[in-house]
Design a protein around this ligand. Structure first.
Ligand code: SAM
Ligand code: DTB
Ligand code: SF4
Length: 339
C-alpha cells in the first residue's frame, strides 16, 4: 500500500512541511492519521494535581512556580485513597488514562515518592492507563515507577533548545532529555510535547517538533499545549496566538510522529468547536476531560460529550495497541519497534 509516512525527517524537511499552505498540510496530516489510527477514536485523559504549587523551578508560564506571583492555593501531597477516589470517578466518566501531576522539580526518594508509587499501583489495578508528571527522574526512580505499573510519564520539552532559556533558567534542555532517556530505558512510554504561545518564533516550533521526532523511541504521546496565560506569571500578557498556528503544529506533529497519540491539551477552553474539529482532522486524537487541568480551567464534560457526539467520535479503549484502520490492522506499537 502506498504510504504517506516516514519517521526520520530532517530539520529542512520539517520546515518545508510547516510552511505548506495550511489546507495542503491538513490534508497530508489527515492522510497520515488515517493510515495509523482509527479516525473515529478519541482518547480521553483526566488530569489530577496530586501536589500543588510551591515549585522551585522558574518556568515562566507556570502558576505553580515559587518565582511567579500567581494566586494559587498550595496543597500538600494528596492521600492515596483520595487520589484513587478521583481516579474511580474519572473512569466512571469515561476517561481511560489518568495522569497525576506534582509541582516538583524532581522526584526525591523517600516517603512522598513511595506514596506516589502506591497511587500508580492503585490506578493501574483499576484498569486505567496510569501516567505521572513529577519533574526529573533518575534511572533508578524510573525503574521503580515501571515496577509499580506506570504506563506513561509526561515530561515536556516545552520549546526549542534555542528559546529554552527565555522560558526556564533553573534547568537545562539536556536535563529534560536525560530524564526522557531514563524513562525510555526503563521501558516506560514517554509523553512529551510543548507549549505554543510562549513568545517563540515559527522556527522555534519547527525546531521543537524536529527534536521531538528525533527522540528514540519517538514519544508515545505528544501534548500540544496552547499557553494558558496565568495572572502573576511573566507570560500573563503574551499575545494570543493565531489558532491556525496551533493547528499547524498539530498537523506537523502528526506527520512526523505517525504512531503517537497527539493531544489537544491546555488551551482548549479558549477555542471554538470548529477549530477543535479542524485540529482533530489534522490528527489530534486525545484530549483532557473535565472542568480542570492541573490548576486552570478546562472545557468540561458537557461540552466535550456534545462535541464528540456531533463529530461522530468515540472514546478509545485503554491499553489499545492494535487498531483497525479501514479494514487493515495497524499494530502501532510493533511499527514503532521495527521502524
Ligand atoms: N513539574 C513537572 C514538570 O514540569 O515536568 C510536571 C507538571 S508541569 C505543570 C506539566 C506541563 O504542563 C509543563 O511541562 C507545561 O508544558 C504544561 N503547562 C504548565 N503550565 C501551563 C500553562 N499555563 N499553559 C500551557 N501549558 C502549561
Ligand atoms: C501537558 O502537556 N499538559 C498538561 C499535562 N501535560 C500535565 C498540563 C497542562 C497544565 C495547564 C496549566 C494548569 O492547569 O496548571
Ligand atoms: Fe514546577 Fe513543572 Fe510548573 Fe515548572 S512547569 S514550575 S517544573 S510545576
Amino acid at each position: 500500500m502506498e504510504t504517506n509516512s516516514k519517521q526520520n525527517y530532517t530539520l529542512e524537511e520539517v520546515r518545508e512541511l510547516y510552511y505548506l499552505p495550511l489546507l495542503d498540510l491538513l490534508f497530508k496530516a489527515a492522510e497520515v492519521h488515517r493510515e495509523h489510527h482509527n479516525p473515529r477514536e478519541m482518547q480521553i485523559c483526566k488530569l489530577l494535581s496530586v501536589k500543588t504549587g510551591g515549585c522551585t523551578e522558574d518556568c515562566g508560564y507556570c502558576s505553580q512556580s515559587l518565582h511567579n506571583e500567581a494566586e494559587l492555593e498550595r496543597e500538600l501531597l494528596m492521600k492515596v485513597d483520595d487520589v484513587l477516589e478521583e481516579a474511580r470517578k474519572a473512569k466512571e466518566e469515561g476517561a481511560t488514562r489518568f495522569c497525576m501531576g506534582a509541582a516538583w522539580p524532581k522526584v526525591v526518594d523517600g516517603r512522598a515518592f513511595e506514596r506516589v508509587l502506591d497511587m500508580v499501583r492503585g490506578v493501574t489495578e483499576m484498569g486505567l492507563e496510569s501516567c505521572c508528571t513529577l519533574g526529573m527522574v533518575t534511572k533508578e526512580q524510573a525503574e521503580k515507577l515501571k515496577q509499580a505499573g506506570l504506563h506513561t510519564y509526561n515530561h515536556n520539552l516545552d520549546t526549542s533548545r534555542e528559546f529554552y532559556d527565555k522560558v526556564v533558567t533553573t534547568r537545562t534542555y539536556d536535563d529534560r532529555l536525560e530524564t526522557i532517556s531514563n524513562l525510555s530505558d526503563a521501558g516506560i512510554d514517554v509523553c512529551s510535547g510543548g507549549i505554543i504561545g510562549l513568545g517563540e518564533s515559527q522556527e522555534d516550533r519547527i525546531s521543537l517538533l524536529h527534536t521531538l521526532s528525533q527522540l528514540e523511541p519517538q514519544p508515545e504521546s505528544v501534548p500540544v499545549n496552547m499557553l494558558v496565560p496565568v495572572k502573576g506569571t511573566p507570560m500573563e500578557s503574551n499575545e494570543k496566538l493565531d489558532i491556525f498556528e496551533w493547528i499547524r503544529a498539530i498537523a506537523v506533529a502528526r506527520i512526523l510522529m505517525p504512531n503517537a497519540m497527539v493531544r489537544l491539551s491546555a488551551g482548549r477552553l479558549s477555542i471554538s468547536k470548529e477549530a477543535q474539529a479542524m485540529a482533530f482532522l489534522a490528527g489530534a486524537n486525545s484530549i483532557f476531560s473535565g472542568e480542570k487541568l492541573l490548576t486552570t480551567a478546562n472545557s468540561g464534560d458537557d461540552f466535550d460529550h456534545a462535541l464528540l457526539e456531533e463529530l461522530g467520535l468515540e472514546p478509545r479503549k485503554p491499553f489499545k495497541e492494535e487498531v483497525e484502520v479501514y479494514g487493515h490492522v495497524c499494530n502501532c506499537k510493533k511499527d514503532t519497534q521495527t521502524a
